[in-house]
Design a protein around this ligand. Structure first.
Ligand SMILES: NC(=O)c1ccc[n+]([C@@H]2O[C@H](COP(=O)([O-])OP(=O)(O)OC[C@H]3O[C@@H](n4cnc5c(N)ncnc54)[C@H](OP(=O)(O)O)[C@@H]3O)[C@@H](O)[C@H]2O)c1
Length: 226
């Protein structure tokens, strides 16, 4: 499996660090992206410190502005709140041409984020594809994976549903799921991200009602198939 240079856009928040740590340990180079290069460098330094027992992985983590991170990467992973997605992607549209964008961003409408919200475009992922145009391949993945599980020393106890219109791009996201220590499943075309993103609201509601932090999903019946 090839190793990538992955820009985690908005990687300074909840979801980015856990992804970055696991991918760096798996052999990928990870660039934490931020609106402020200094903030990205600070968060990257914290991750490097957490990887002190694995110097090779630590050497693969750095921080940059989102724009510089895209320029230095071969694929980008979008981990910003829904309201931030369009303004950020408009800034990065030219730099992203010819690249793969894996969107973790979910269409949530605060304050009622445990209630399914379907935006006019269908999903945040389809909105990203429409904004970026055909020169960028958008794949939706990791949208049901809780930050608490990613940023832990334990296993990631859930599956990753991967939606997209490009089979090779989905394969990359599935391989990156395996690098997190979990299972990536081809969940069909990008339009199906509507259901996956909606499931995130369902999971947030389950977390609230059952007073837990990291509910996730598992697909049954696939034994021996993935
Ligand atoms: N947290 C979870 O468990 C989880 C699980 C599944 C999916 N998701 C989805 O993943 C995405 C990221 O979640 P998160 O919890 O990591 O979000 P977050 O911590 O609230 O924000 C992530 C980063 O986004 C950047 N950001 C915030 N406002 C911005 C703006 N206006 N313009 C540009 N960048 C902005 C910030 O980075 P800088 O200030 O450094 O630029 C921030 O650190 C969300 O869409 C969420 O729905 C989250």
């Amino acid at each position: 499996m090839p190793h990538h240079t992955i820009a985690v856009l908005g990687g300074t928040g909840n979801q980015g660090p856990g992804l970055a740590l696991r991918w760096a340990r798996a052999g990928h180079t990870v660039i934490i992206g931020s609106r402020e290069a200094e903030k990205a460098e600070r968060v990257a330094a914290e991750l490097v410190a957490r990887l002190q027992t694995n110097p090779a992985a630590a050497a693969r983590v750095r921080g940059m502005s989102n724009a510089d991170a895209v320029a230095a990467s071969d694929l980008a992973v979008l981990t910003v709140p829904y309201a931030a997605q369009n303004p950020l992607l408009e800034q990065l549209r030219d730099a992203l041409q010819g690249k793969l964008l894996i969107s973790v961003t979910v269409a949530l409408k605060p304050p009622k984020v445990a209630r399914v919200y379907i935006p006019p475009e269908g999903s945040a992922s389809e909105q990203a594809q429409a904004l970026l145009g055909d020169g960028v391949t958008v794949v939706a993945a990791f949208q049901n994976v809780p930050a608490e599980q990613l940023d832990s020393d334990g296993i990631v106890d859930c599956d990753v549903l991967v939606c997209g219109d490009d089979r090779a791009a989905k394969r990359i996201a599935i391989d990156l799921s395996e690098d997190l220590g979990t299972r990536g499943i081809d969940a069909g075309p990008l339009v199906n991200a509507r259901a996956v993103e909606a499931m995130t609201s369902v999971l947030i509601g389950i977390n609230i009602r059952y007073k837990i932090h990291g509910s996730g999903i598992r697909i049954t019946g696939l034994e021996g198939k993935v």
